[in-house]
Write a protein that binds this ligand. Structure first.
Ligand SMILES: *[C@@H]1O[C@H](CO)[C@@H](O)[C@H](O)[C@H]1NC(C)=O
Ligand SMILES: *[C@@H]1O[C@H](CO)[C@@H](O)[C@H](O)[C@H]1NC(C)=O
Ligand SMILES: *[C@@H]1O[C@H](CO)[C@@H](O)[C@H](O)[C@H]1NC(C)=O
Ligand SMILES: CC(=O)N[C@H]1CO[C@H](CO)[C@@H](O)[C@@H]1O
Length: 465
């Protein structure tokens, strides 16, 4: 497959990677740990996240916190394992002042973590921790915090420091220059604006085989996945399921069909268009830009588009989300081929119809301007009046039939399920992605090749994934 860089450089939002170093002074020794800054952005001109980045205060662990304790010059260290979210929510609502907050995440949320053990007891712990982390992330991205907030992963170094800080706090020894204690220092530049961020859509094209006497242009099927993420810590928002899984599935399907399409004998009756789109978390802005940038003849040749979203952590049921009525001929064709292949694979696909909500007054009010501050600045996007719940809805807006294949049964809200802190590699099931690829590839096979003799061929190649 020839992957062409989309010529469209899109002005939307890119989550940049920030890895800052906090130095912890212990007498004259200094320990360096990797920390990840909380995101900052504006929505409709309202600031969210944390606008501050510099840290230079003593570490504190006063837990439970007395309301009388002045922590405006202390960095509160909070391990997620011990977090009382009700308490943190209260602190934020009551605008309690801190010198800063350092949140310690368990190793299993690190994409770099090597520990692959998945014992049952541990999974229960994970589930509870995941729901707390989900709540924490939503709390932080919807708050406006007038102090720096950082994340770090638990490790021996940090655990030892925390134990020591806890011990000192317990005996009421407040850290000062004379009593010693730990000072957390992050000497980093203050964030500033950037005029616009360049974001790229990537596309690929496999031309189908025209038979003699086939005067008309061949129809096209588009396979699309959105690759951007949004989360409390941009550097930690790897989006393994949302939408790493969709991207991996797309690339695998492209590889498969590029092998078949390299030989005229095994080329299908359709052109295949592959699109990796940006700006997913921000109303699929990149998708719309990509659609507008497509050559009109190509766009008009698209029979339908299959968008892949979060296909990496489902058990036995996948959903086909559509905004056109299920009676639509293309939707029927896709649903029938997917259903028959799903049956063979022993899984289920269900169709879910939801109209695009064009008149959503609350959403209109809350989107006049979307500005996202990232580490060194924020791009600005002009008004967007429609909230797009699924990527396929952008296709529908330009009258291209489309559907989203997803493990999610309902559309996530704005800035939900956008590949944040929770969505790390550990929680994606390789087998689920494998099955998704097989399902899409074999279903496409049914559609692309009228000759049923071709199908074993596809299955054979799909098995080699
Ligand atoms: C959590 O914090 C709330 C509010 O400060 C408090 O009422 C509650 O007792 C705390 N829960 C625990 C388990 O400490
Ligand atoms: C569209 O959004 C409005 C406002 O949030 C809501 O009242 C309405 O029920 C929605 N319509 C549909 C079909 O979901
Ligand atoms: C996306 O962003 C661009 C540029 O910032 C803007 O012009 C456009 O209206 C936005 N929405 C869509 C759907 O492209
Ligand atoms: C975070 C993100 O962009 N996720 C998207 C993955 O792609 C599908 C469609 O291709 C979207 O529906 C997801 O929201």
């Amino acid at each position: 497959m020839a992957i062409n860089k989309g010529r469209e450089m899109i002005e939307t939002i890119l989550a940049l990677f920030i890895i800052l170093i906090a130095c912890v002074e212990l007498c004259d020794a200094a320990t360096v740990v990797d920390v990840y800054r909380l995101i900052q952005y504006d929505l409709s001109g309202v600031p969210f996240g944390s606008r501050f980045s510099r840290l230079n205060h003593h570490a504190s662990y006063s837990y439970p916190l007395l309301s009388s304790t002045d922590l405006s010059r202390s960095v509160l260290i909070i391990p997620l394992r011990e977090l009382n979210i009700t308490f943190l929510r209260e602190c934020i609502t009551q605008k309690r002042a801190f010198g800063g907050i350092l949140l310690l995440l368990p190793q299993e949320f690190s994409s770099e973590s090597k520990d692959d053990s998945k014992e049952d007891g541990q999974m229960y712990g994970n589930d509870r921790m995941r729901s707390i982390l989900a709540e924490l992330e939503q709390l932080l991205i919807h708050a406006n915090l007038p102090y720096p907030v950082y994340f770090a992963f638990e490790d021996e170094k940090i655990d030892a420091i925390l134990t020591d800080v806890k011990r000192k706090d317990a005996v009421g020894q407040s850290p000062t220059a004379t009593t010693g204690g730990y000072k957390l220092v992050a000497a980093v530049p203050e964030p500033k604006k950037i005029a616009s961020a360049a974001i790229t859509n990537i596309q690929g094209w496999l031309p189908g085989l025209r038979t003699d006497g086939d005067a008309n242009q061949l129809p096209t099927i588009a396979i699309v996945a959105s690759y951007d993420t949004f989360g409390a810590a941009p550097a930690l928002s790897v989006g393994s399921d949302s939408n790493g899984s969709g991207v991996v599935a797309l690339l695998e399907i492209a590889r498969l069909f590029s092998r078949l399409y390299s030989n005229p004998k095994t080329r299908g009756r359709y052109n295949l268009l592959f699109g990796l789109t940006s700006g997913g978390p921000y109303n699929y802005n990149g998708t719309m830009k990509w659609l507008r940038s497509l050559d009109q003849r190509v766009r008009e040749s698209i029979d339908y588009a299959v968008c892949l979203n979060s296909v990496g952590s489902w058990n036995d049921e996948l959903w086909i989300h559509v905004s056109k009525p299920p009676e639509n001929a293309y939707i029927k064709q896709v649903f029938e081929s997917f259903s028959s292949v799903a049956e063979e694979l022993g899984v289920k696909v269900s169709l879910k119809h939801k109209k695009i909500n064009i008149s959503n007054p609350r959403k209109i009010l809350s989107y006049p301007i979307l500005r996202i501050h990232v580490e060194f600045g924020y791009p600005v996007t002009p008004p967007e009046r429609i909230h797009v719940a699924w990527e396929h809805e952008q296709f529908s807006r330009v009258r291209v039939t489309a559907l989203t294949l997803s493990g999610l049964s309902v559309a996530p809200g704005l800035l939900e399920s956008t590949g944040g802190l929770l969505d790390s590699r550990k929680f994606v099931d390789q087998k689920a992605i494998h099955r998704s690829v097989k399902l899409v590839a074999e279903s496409l096979g049914v559609i692309l090749y009228s000759n049923p003799d071709m199908l074993p061929n596809i299955e054979l190649i799909a098995d080699s994934i």
